[in-house]
Design a protein around this ligand. Sequence first.
Ligand SMILES: [Fe+2]
Ligand SMILES: [Fe+2]
Length: 184
Amino acid sequence: MTGQASLWRAEHAAFRMLLSMLERELAAFERGAVPDHGLMADVVTYLEQHAEHAHRLREEAAFERLVAHDPSLSILLGRLRQEHRVLAACAAELLARLGELESEVVVSREPVESAAATFLVYYRHHLAVEERDFLPRAEVLFTPDDWAAVFAAAGSEADPLFGDPPGHRFAELRRRIDREAGAG
Ligand SMILES: [Fe+2]
Ligand SMILES: [Fe+2]
């Protein structure tokens, strides 16, 4: 049953693409250019809301089933759960700093740069650990019932960014992604 794990990796790949967009905006900001803070906020909001409501719900269900198969994984899975909470806090911090950027005339770059850098490093680390330590174990241990339960955990709400059509909230971000994909 590796198909389900490849869906997982594909979602991670989409998250990484969004993190790279965020990083490019951050680099422009560091060079002194005016950042597209709306785009940055959209990326963080999507990652946090979608990840919170779909991807992470499935992961939390998967962690529970995985530890039932192999109790020795409980420390690793507890740490990944904690990372979800830290990521939510990092996202909230970055959104708050981006909100200040939008509302203030003169802005110090440092708080935004450090909040964004922390979010990028932590998020990428989290994806890498899941792919190295969690997904391979799930591929070996999960039964079709496990996968079915895990995928049912998030419901079937349409993806607000990658769905067809995307939701109104993320339509601009989707246009930017499609434009960059077309240009690549
Ligand atoms: Fe995760
Ligand atoms: Fe994940």
